[in-house]
Design a protein around this ligand. Structure first.
Ligand code: AMP
Length: 289
């Protein structure tokens, strides 16, 4: 495994692989890797010949009062995990390599970046879209792997890739969870023991709503109310919304299209997000031809 910090060297190494006809997969991360990240690397390893994991805590996606300076980091451990996972290249540029002096051009996402996290984290998805676009241009991967855990991010990245004709296949993989259901996240590290126990309320709420959906409920208010009941142990609920999985607009009752229940909440000072998609069974005849 190679660790590369400069774009020039990355281009050279990946360029050689591409010339040799190899399929290149990219897994963009902010490091402090966990099994969620490793599942993405594993999928890339299966579908591609060369897997690049980027590790970069992207300053442009953090708001002024957010956790950029305290974001957990352990580069040596990340390298070890990548090596064990069969990753070929860890790309770990510093801030100056990604945003050299004079940098001033951003990718501005549209409507998909407005609801949910977009409403509470102004500029967040602009930073995400910009860095993902830059990483696509730096690595020039054939495919890039993202986690459903960041549902809105997936939607924004897919849209950007399509709108800007970026020649990258965007692959989304399911959320990897702790045994009790908590979605894995680098930010779980911030939780003390008591907070960690309370954090399970988030996935319980989503699962309860999904159970209700599977038992036949198609009523948006009912599904949200079921979830809400489970969220009492949290310190502050930022949003709990059932949205259309494609447009991210509020879902309408009775549900007729795939909808995703999304939540953002604080436990102490830690902000966690999670979501669960409620897919309607495909009716006979649908999708035929
Ligand atoms: P991050 O390092 O948090 O920016 O995440 C990097 C990538 O890993 C993103 O595509 C995330 O959606 C994905 N990811 C983070 N947590 C999980 C998880 N629990 N399961 C699956 N993918 C995840």
């Amino acid at each position: 495994m190679q660790t590369i910090t400069s774009v020039a060297e990355l281009r050279q190494v990946v360029g050689l692989a591409r010339k040799a006809g190899k399929r290149v997969g990219l897994v963009p991360t902010m490091g402090y890797l966990h099994e969620g990240h490793l599942a993405l690397a594993e999928a890339s390893r299966k579908q591609c010949d060369v897997t690049v994991v980027s590790i970069f805590v992207n300053p442009t996606q953090f708001g002024a009062n957010e956790d950029l300076s305290t974001y957990p980091r352990d580069f040596q451990r990340d390298e070890r995990l990548c090596r064990d996972a069969g990753v070929a290249i860890v790309f770990a540029p510093d801030n100056k390599e990604v945003y050299p002096e004079g940098f001033e051009t951003f990718v501005e996402p549209g409507e998909l970046a407005k609801p949910l996290c977009g409403g509470f984290r102004p500029g967040h998805f602009r930073g995400v879209a910009t860095v993902v676009c830059k990483l696509f241009n730096m690595v020039q991967p054939d495919a890039a792997f993202f986690g459903q855990k960041d549902f809105q991010q997936c939607a924004v990245v897919r849209r950007m890739t399509k709108d800007l004709n970026l020649p990258v296949e965007v692959v989304t993989l399911p959320t990897v969870r702790e045994p009790d259901g908590l979605a894995m996240s680098s930010r779980n590290r911030y939780l003390n023991e008591q907070e960690r126990q309370r954090a399970v309320a988030i996935s319980r709420a989503l699962l309860a709503a999904q159970d209700e959906f599977r038992s036949g409920s198609r009523d948006v208010r009912n599904l949200i109310a079921i979830a809400e009941k489970h969220l009492k142990p949290l310190d502050k609920l930022q949003y709990l919304e059932l949205v259309d999985s494609e447009t991210l607009e509020p879902a309408e009752s009775p549900l007729k299209r795939s909808a995703t229940l999304c939540v953002a909440a604080y436990i102490g000072s830690t902000r966690l997000i999670d979501n669960m998609t409620m897919d309607l069974p495909v009716s006979i005849g649908e999708g035929a031809g």
